[in-house]
Each structure stands twice: as structure tokens, then as C-alpha cells.
Design a protein around this ligand. Structure first.
Ligand SMILES: N[C@@H](CCC(=O)N[C@@H](CS)C(=O)NCC(=O)O)C(=O)O
Length: 215
């Protein structure tokens, strides 16, 4: 299969992490090209690949797929046995709902706590960001209580819903808001995935610093 994913740099590009992790969980072989964000040439280089002018995008032969959630869906269709969505319809509907909520929302969290994996900056969340944190941790707890059984991911096995929240996990690691034990346990589960370790190590090895950040 001839798959290439175009990514922003791994330290900053939260949208890129999600489908990259889905491709990894699917067990698909793929090439990757990393475009550093915030450079004078970034917009032009992204446009060469991605019709939306944003990363990530996945190129499969003649087909280009942009939007992180659409790429995750495509990975699930290419690898149906990987179980990227839960098999049970009610669980699958919930997994799709929380993934769509993440894709469309939590602007306050994304604004105050931008992804910056190699940075450590404990920060008290403002009220809007705290409201997002409360909603996210309630979602995590609810998914796990209803659908995970004794397994550690949101719906038992690792899947697209976990991919969608993986950059929230790294943000919590960077900014260290107060979290309950359930949320801390879930963070540890996600960060222990071999693919997450690979992404985090690569982000720390990157040389580029986005002009909006000090680190
Ligand atoms: N809704 C899009 C959002 C993609 C997005 O905003 N990507 C950012 C990087 S994380 C981007 O390409 N920004 C363009 C730039 O920084 O020049 C998705 O889910 O893929």
C-alpha cells in the first residue's frame, strides 16, 4: 500500500499526531514527511500537498485525504481488523461522538494550552480552559466506565477516540493542571503506547522552534 502522511512538526502539530497514531495502531506501513510550522515557506510547502492548506493530509496513490478525523476513518477502512472503532454499535456511536466533539471543540484548552511536547510549564487553567478540562475528564471517565471493561483505553482497546485525545494527554503533561486519579491513569496508558513514545522522542529531537513559542 502506497501511503504517505504529511505532518506538521511533531512537537507542535496536535492535528498531525491524531491520524499518525491511528495509522500506527492500524498496523499500516506508511511514509511520512514533516513540514516545520511557522517558517516563511510553511504555507507554500503545505499547499503543494494539501488542498486545505493545512496538515495533516494523507496521500494514497491518486487520493488525497485531509482533515485529521477523515484520515483516521480512512485508516479504519484500510485496516478493518485493527478495531480502530469499537465493534458494538452503542460503543461505536459514543466513540464517534467524543471524537467529533474533540475535533470540533475545546477551543479554550487549545488556546491556553497549545501542544508543545518538549516544554514543561505548569500553568493554572483559566475558567474557560478549566471547563474544557472538566468536560474532557468526565468524558474519559464515562467512556471507560461504560465501555472499557477492565481494559485501560476509552473503549477497551486503543482506537480512534484515544488518538483524538492523545494531544490533550500531552498538553496535560506539559501544563500539569490538577487532575483526578482516573485522568492520570488514562494519561499514563496513552503515554505508554510504543507509538506515543516514538512520537514524543521524535518531537524532542526536532531542531525547529515555532516563532510563537520560546521552546
Ligand atoms: N481541522 C483540521 C485542522 C488542521 C490544522 O489546523 N493544522 C495546522 C497545524 S496543527 C496547520 O496546518 N496550520 C497551518 C500553518 O501553521 O501554517 C484537521 O483536523 O486536520
Amino acid at each position: 500500500m502506497d501511503l504517505t502522511i504529511i505532518l506538521g512538526n511533531k512537537n507542535y502539530s496536535s492535528w498531525s499526531l491524531r491520524p499518525w497514531l491511528a495509522l500506527k495502531l492500524a498496523g499500516l506501513a506508511f511514509r511520512e514527511e514533516v513540514i516545520p510550522l511557522g517558517m516563511p515557506t510553511t504555507a507554500d510547502v503545505i499547499r503543494r500537498h494539501s488542498p486545505s492548506g493545512k496538515v495533516p493530509c494523507l496521500i494514497h496513490g491518486e487520493t488525497t485525504i485531509w482533515e485529521s478525523l477523515a484520515i483516521c476513518e480512512y485508516a479504519a477502512e484500510l485496516a478493518p481488523k485493527a478495531g480502530l472503532w469499537p465493534a458494538d454499535p452503542a460503543a461505536r456511536a459514543m466513540a464517534r461522538a467524543v471524537s467529533a466533539e474533540m475535533h470540533a471543540g475545546f477551543a479554550a484548552l487549545r488556546t491556553q494550552f497549545p501542544m508543545n511536547i518538549r516544554h514543561s510549564a505548569p500553568t493554572a487553567p483559566n475558567a474557560e480552559c478549566q471547563a474544557d478540562i472538566n468536560r474532557i475528564t468526565a468524558l474519559w471517565r464515562d467512556c471507560r466506565r461504560r465501555f472499557a471493561g477492565h481494559k485501560p483505553f476509552l473503549f477497551g482497546e486503543a482506537g480512534i477516540a484515544d488518538c483524538m485525545f492523545a494531544p490533550v494527554v500531552t498538553r496535560f503533561a506539559t501544563y500539569e493542571p490538577a487532575l483526578d486519579q482516573d485522568a492520570k491513569d488514562y494519561m499514563a496508558t496513552v503515554l505508554a503506547l510504543p507509538a506515543m513514545k516514538e512520537w514524543v522522542a521524535a518531537s524532542k529531537a526536532e531542531p525547529w522552534i515555532h516563532p510563537k513559542f520560546a521552546v
